[in-house]
Ligand binder design. Structure first.
Ligand code: 3PG
Length: 400
């Protein structure tokens, strides 16, 4: 983008593909981190006199307009953060979008409606995606890719559109890639990775990769129960991906053979029912040993001994990558595990990277100062796939 700014953007229509896929509760944004993350790019372009068109997906609508996934709340928040009005087009490539763009003066900003309201955005068919990309290209003169959270998607606005316009990487993508690259090159050891979140199936490829790179792997969240099961323990009614047990057994064996320290919970907080995240009514969990989860109970957070254990495993780290909450942090009774990891990261002198929409949101909503962490990635799947060593369509398209 520095190159683009040096060339000059005065009066040019610049399409910024952002990732404004923010969490919403009853239409209210609960964490605006991804909107703030794109501000440097939008501000610099606008200050340089560009006509800035900001585009993004939000949620997973089914290729047609769906009001619950409108980008309007994100556009409003962007305007508040920029401190100036932002035009909003109620369609993506139709007359409203063209009117909004035609109405822009140099230095002004417009947001177009959710890209995924168009089937062409996510289509597996190259022609269909290409046609939608052509329509998007008609709105702009230049493309800036800055939606790091979506670079792992081979979608029209991420992959096909940059091929149709002069294209540049925005500040966010440049920063994210710079930091994640460090984790794949010479990391300061011990390199400790804390992985949580619900599904082990989402993390298999990254675990595979990390078994050859990390010194220690701490496992928490819903995925821990598949590990406990693979070790031969009963997990009651906890989240379990039975079909992944053989794979996880193989990883446990590989960790032993390769000298990677694989650390699993020693105790967990359990309850007979999932907590009410709306009312946040007291859940009154009990603490049990991880190898003694009663048949009618569900594990919902790591327990106090595990919190201490994981903190001690993070204390002497040289580098830490953390992805995925340790429990149902959205409920105060199950937030302590996730808080303990966040605190341990802050207490450690290590270079710390927090990746993943959920862990990043957890850090902010649990009241931590995000600036105290080395880097909080805006990418969930994107940062994992980067660490897996995959070619990411959105980055490849910008390099071409
Ligand atoms: C994310 O939240 O990880 C990105 O915005 C990508 O969203 P998606 O998983 O719906 O493609």
């Amino acid at each position: 983008i520095d190159e683009l700014l040096a060339e000059g953007v005065e009066g040019k229509r610049v399409f910024v593909r952002a990732d404004l896929n923010v969490p919403l509760a009853d239409g209210t944004i609960t964490d605006d981190g991804r909107i703030r993350a794109v501000l440097p790019t939008v501000t610099k372009l606008a200050d340089a006199g560009a006509k800035v068109i900001v585009a993004s997906h939000l949620g997973r609508p089914k290729g047609a307009p769906d009001p619950q996934f409108s980008l309007l709340p994100a556009a409003e928040r962007l305007g508040e953060l920029l401190g100036k009005p932002v035009a909003f087009a109620q369609d993506t490539v139709g007359p409203a979008a063209h009117d909004a763009v035609d109405g822009l003066e140099a230095g002004q900003v417009a947001v177009i409606e959710n890209l995924r309201f168009n089937a062409g955005e996510t289509s597996k068919d190259d022609t269909e995606r290409g046609e939608f990309a052509d329509q998007l290209a008609a709105l702009a003169d230049v493309y800036v890719g800055d939606g790091f959270g979506a670079v792992h998607r081979k979608h029209a606005s991420v992959f096909d559109l940059p091929a149709r316009l002069p294209h540049y990487a925005g500040f966010l993508i440049a920063t994210e890639v710079g930091v994640l690259k460090k984790l794949t090159e010479d990391v300061k050891r011990p390199y400790v990775v804390a992985l949580g979140g619900a599904k082990v199936s989402d993390k298999l490829a990254v675990i595979d990769q990390l078994l050859g790179k990390a010194d220690r792997l701490l496992i928490g969240g819903g995925m821990a129960y598949t590990f406990l099961k693979a070790q031969g323990h009963e997990v009651g009614i906890s989240l379990l991906q039975e079909d992944q047990v053989p794979k996880v057994k193989e990883y446990i064996k590989r960790a032993e053979e390769s000298g990677v320290e694989l650390v699993l919970p020693v105790d967990v907080l359990v309850s007979t029912e999932f907590p009410d995240l709306k009312t946040k009514a007291p859940a009154n969990p009990t603490t049990v040993a991880a190898d003694a989860i009663p048949a009618d109970q569900e594990g919902l957070d790591i327990g106090p001994e595990t919190r201490k254990l994981y903190a001690s495993k993070l204390a002497d780290a040289g580098t830490v990558f953390w992805n995925g909450p340790m429990g149902v942090f959205e409920h105060p009774d199950y937030a302590e595990g996730t808080k303990a990891i966040a605190q341990a990261l802050l207490d450690s002198p290590a270079f710390t990277v927090v990746g993943g929409g959920d862990s990043a949101a957890a850090v902010r909503t649990l009241g931590f100062d995000e600036n105290a962490f080395g880097h909080i990635s805006t990418g969930g799947g994107a940062s994992l796939e980067y660490l897996e060593g995959k070619t990411l369509p959105g980055l490849a398209a910008l390099e071409n």
